[in-house]
Ligand binder design. Structure first.
Ligand code: C2G
Length: 129
């Protein structure tokens, strides 16, 4: 089974690692869409701390990840799922219900987020020190 997931993975942390490891448990090939710097800017009005090439290299180096590509638009999930022949879409439960319309082409699974860690909180902690 081919699993696909998406994310920014900026300032890579254990919450990111946990979801990728758990995503892989749903199949035998894990494909990760890394959101581009421009997609982040359009969504959050700021660029990620780490540029997309570095973020993709880090995720691609993980033992649980088989393949990465750049996610250029949030609206293209259906096309990416078809292009990469994914059987299962895994997303964190901060996206609960948001991708249910894709259930006609793949399974859609939402996994609980790891509590008490996020890129935004890490940025705040580093700023305070
Ligand atoms: N995550 C998690 N636990 C945390 C933090 C993040 O499980 N404490 C998960 C998120 O739910 C997501 C993945 O890690 O599934 C990547 O998180 P982000 O980098 O914040 O990705 P995001 O900006 O939500 O993705 O199409 C989606 C876009 O690419 C944006």
């Amino acid at each position: 089974m081919r699993v696909i997931t998406f994310g920014t993975f900026d300032i890579f942390h254990v919450g990111h690692l946990n979801i990728l490891k758990r995503a892989k448990e749903h199949g035998d090939h894990l494909i990760v869409g890394i959101s581009t710097d421009d997609l982040n800017f359009s969504k959050k009005a700021r660029y990620p701390v780490c540029p997309q090439k570095s973020r993709a290299e880090i995720v691609d180096a993980l033992a649980c990840v088989d393949e990465v590509f750049f996610e250029e638009s949030l609206e293209l999930k259906r096309e990416y799922i078809q292009q990469y022949n994914a059987d299962i879409l895994v997303m964190g439960d901060d996206w609960q219900g948001k991708f249910d319309d894709l259930k006609d082409i793949c399974q859609v699974v939402y996994l609980p987020r790891t509590p008490s860690i996020s890129t935004t909180e890490l940025i705040e902690i580093v700023k305070e020190r």
